[in-house]
Every structure is written in C-alpha cells, then in structure tokens.
Design a protein around this ligand. Structure first.
Ligand code: MG
Length: 467
C-alpha cells in the first residue's frame, strides 16, 4: 500500500506530489523528503509532481556524523539483527542511509561504526564516494574482514543515497539508468517431503513467481531427516547445536526435484542451495543426478576452503552454479570469472563493502558472461534490499534477485519507502537516492542483541560441519 500510489506512473515519469509523499512517508519522515528535495528549490517537484533537472554546480558538503542504528527485524520472537548506517552532512536535513547488517556479529559492527568509522569520516567530502571507499579499505593497513566491510558498506550506500538526493535522482539513474522495467526474483520454500515442497511451489507459482528455490526441511537439510544425532545423547557440544546427516540429504535432494517437476511441470525454474556443507566429490555426484531436472541455479556448492575443487566440479557437470556468498573480498571473484567456474556471482552486498565494490564485480561479470544474484534473505535490511534493487535495474548482466519486495507490516512502518513486489518483480519508488527512510524512534524500541540464533551444525558424532 505504501508505495502503490508512488509506483503508478505514466510514461516513466514519477507522479508523486509533495503532499502525497508526505502523507505516504508520515510526519516522522518529513525530514527525509526535506533532505531529498527541500534544499534545492529548482530541483523540487513541480505542481504536477514531475521531477525537474537539478541545478548545476551543487555546493560542496562535508560529513558531519556517521552512526549505527541497530534494530530487530521482528518485534516478537526470533528476528535478524539489522544494522543501518546514517550519515549526516553539513547540509541541514540532508542525510543518507546504508545497510551494514551482519546479523551474527551485529554488536561488533555497531561498535566499529560508532567507535571508529565516525571519527574516520567526520570532515571528509561527502561527494567523493570512490575516494572514501578506497581510503577506508586500506587505512588500517590490513584489509577488512566482514565486520569492518559491513560498516564500510553502510557508509558507502549512505553516500550513494546522499548523492542521489543531491542530484534529485534515484540511485539507479546514477549507475547508468534502467536496463529493465523491474527486478525479477526468486523465493525459497522448504519442507520435509517432496509432496509438501511441491505444494509450496504451486502456491508460489500462483502468486506469479517464475523462479523458486526448493530446500529440504530446515535450511540446507539441517535437522529434519536422517539418523539421530548421537552427539546430543553423549552430551557433546551445546544443547541447541544443529545436526545434519549429509548422506541422507544427498539421497533426498534428487527426490525433491523429481517430486516438484512431476507436480509443477517444466514451466517453473527451480533453484537449490547446497550451502557449502557437503564434500566436493559428493557435490559432483549430486549435481550429475540433478541434471535431468534442469535446475536453473545450484547455489554455493563448495566451502571457501574447497575452492581448489572448482575446475573438477565444473568439468564434471552441466548444472549452472552461483557462488560467492562467503567470500570476503571482491578480488576473490576474479579467478573464478576468468576460468568460467560459475555462472552467477552470489554476494551479500554489505559483506563486500557496498554498492561501489559490488558494481565493479557486476561490471566485470559482463566481460565473462557471469550474471548477478545478490544475496537477499531476511538478514539484509530493507535499506540493503533497496540498494540491491537499484543495482539490479542498472546492471545489464543482472541474473536474478533473491527476496526483496515482501516485508512485514512492522518493517514497512519502520522503513518508509520499502520496495514492493508484484507478479514476482521488485519495484522501487522513484524518489531521489535509495528512496527509503528509517523511523529512529520506533527502531529504538527494538534493540539488537548478540543472540542471532545458533549457526553451529554438527555431524552425527559431533564433528563441526563447515558451511
Ligand atoms: Mg547460499
């Protein structure tokens, strides 16, 4: 509902009056619109709500502050620890937002932003995004890991948001403009039996989805099939550690594909995430069995420790692969691309440091016929989903987008301007920047914690399984 009136445009022009925009975003978000439009009078919407060209030669602005806003994605029960960065500028009311969500270590990211990144950024030029990214990347001498990369991502996305507001353009325009009218997506379903999975796929097809990722039971087949976890009876590990019987999983996945193909037909495109948890030689055998079901993408077949198996895997099967979710640095994508080891780059955008590095990987993919599938589950904030959708719109070699566009009422209230979804497509609003805001007063009521669930998975005897 929130974006419906904004989204309905004619001839590609934005039809959002200022009154409607304020109504849509609520009084608490008036500053967002003021920051985006109010200080550049000739750039404001005219009486018909059609945006005008921004004035040439905008005045320089500096970064005034960088802070983290942590908020639970779900007010009740288990939810992700979302972290959003807010960058304020010397231009009154003008600020930007970016996603820095690393749900498993969210408090560490918040500390990195508030205790390091703020000091590093204050007084610097808010317009020089590339210089800011490069200097933050190497200023500690040692390269960033996931904690600092997420902080850098929040900064980077916020600076793109600010630049879009200054230019009075959506970020996708700054990235080159639209390559497509909307962003095609896949959604995920999981159940313990082929029949249940097939029923869920049918429901997704009825809602307009053309691509569905089919999973077995708990994510990656964890804990729902196979033999009993002997380590628990022995009192080994922690009581809430998960159990995975990888051989039972390997036997079951082809049956899930067979059951879904029988019930749902050939029209639907099917994906599956191995989640890096199996031995490489087992992965090869599994992928060969899956070929007859024509998977659209097999995701994350190898753990980061097993990347030396890529050549053998690629030469052993014809299924398309997506990879990279656990990579820490954009340089890790170069050799796999040069060698055509996988078909889709799979990046958690905040993990890599934001829009700036990810667009470089995406553009590099164009030269090697590798497409994008940005990581988009619930541990990407709605700000991050907006950033991804803007990149998707402007990337020629876009492949598919995970998730995005479907948010709870809670998240839509918390993040005015969320993307919407229709017929399987993500649609972004055409407001300047990333087109999204956060209600900070509301966020303060739902603080993050160090509890992001237990991500430990063990074999029957208690051995840790690497994702
Ligand atoms: Mg994955």
């Amino acid at each position: 509902m929130i974006n419906k009136e904004i989204m309905e445009s004619k001839n590609g022009k934005l039809n959002v009056g200022r009154r409607q925009a304020l109504k849509t975003f609520g009084l608490s978000s008036a500053a967002f619109l003021a920051g985006g439009l109010g200080n550049y009078s000739s750039a404001q919407a005219n009486s018909q709500g059609t945006l005008q060209k921004p004035p040439a030669g905008l005045p320089p602005i500096k970064i005034k502050s960088v802070k983290a806003i942590g908020v639970k994605s779900n007010p009740e029960g288990r939810g992700s620890n979302l972290v959003v960065v807010k960058v304020e500028t010397t231009e009154p009311g003008l600020y930007g937002l970016g996603c820095a969500t690393f749900t498993q270590r969210a408090e560490a990211v918040v500390t990195g932003i508030d205790r390091y990144l703020n000091d590093f950024c204050v007084g610097r030029d808010a317009d020089n995004i590339e210089d800011m990214w490069q200097s933050a990347y190497v200023s500690s001498y040692w390269r960033n890991g996931p904690v600092l990369n997420n902080g850098l991502s929040g900064l980077d996305q916020a600076l793109w948001d600010i630049k879009g507001k200054r230019a009075n353009m959506p970020v996708y325009q700054l990235l080159g403009g639209k390559c497509r009218f909307a962003v095609d997506t896949y959604t995920s379903v999981g159940a313990a039996t082929p029949e249940e999975v097939a029923d869920k796929v049918l429901k997704e097809m009825e809602s307009g989805q053309r691509h569905v990722r089919i999973q077995l039971g708990g994510y990656g087949g964890v804990g729902t099939i196979g033999t009993k976890p002997d380590f628990k009876e022995a009192g080994f590990g922690m009581p809430n550690d998960s159990f995975m019987d990888d051989q039972a999983y390997l036997r079951a996945v082809p049956k899930i594909f067979e059951g879904v193909r029988k019930k749902c037909g050939e029209e639907i495109e099917l994906l599956h995430d191995i989640h890096e948890r199996c031995q490489p030689i087992d992965v090869i055998n599994l992928c060969r069995k899956l070929e007859e079901y024509r998977p659209f993408i097999i995701e994350d077949p190898l753990s980061p420790e097993n990347t030396h198996w890529w050549k053998q895997l690629r030469e052993s099967t014809t299924v398309p692969f997506a990879m990279g979710e656990l990579f820490n640095n954009v340089n890790e994508f170069l050799q796999p691309m040069v060698n055509h080891y996988f078909d889709y780059i799979r990046i958690h955008v905040s993990q890599m440091g934001g829009i700036t590095p990810c667009m470089k990987v995406a553009r590099l993919g164009e030269w090697f016929n590798v497409k994008t599938v940005w990581h988009g589950p619930g541990d990407v904030s709605p700000v991050g989903h907006s950033a991804q959708a803007h990149m998707d719109l402007a990337t020629w070699n876009f492949g598919l987008q995970e998730g995005g566009g479907v948010f709870s009422d809670f998240l839509r209230e918390l993040f005015p301007g969320c993307c919407t979804k229709k017929n399987g497509y993500i649609i972004v609003n055409d407001l300047p920047g990333l087109g999204i805001d956060i209600d900070e007063k509301m966020a303060a009521k739902y603080p993050i914690s160090n509890n992001a669930g237990n991500w430990t998975v063990r074999k029957r005897d208690g051995t840790i399984i690497r994702p």
